[in-house]
Unconditional design. Structure first.
Length: 50
């Protein structure tokens, strides 16, 4: 069992690297741009009398 080796073709590895890079770029852009954007819906105060 210790002698088993996981063989992955370079194109398959490259595809996963591209997916990982896109995810990382998306997360970085989210955290850089999100604090500066306005909310889609303004929060409202809780209705009184309930």
């Amino acid at each position: 069992m210790g002698d088993e080796r996981a063989d992955s073709a370079p194109p398959e590895l490259g595809r996963w690297m591209v997916i990982a890079a896109v995810l990382i770029v998306g997360i970085v852009l989210y955290f850089r741009l999100a604090p500066r954007t306005r909310p889609v819906v303004d929060p409202v105060a809780a209705e009184s009398g309930q």
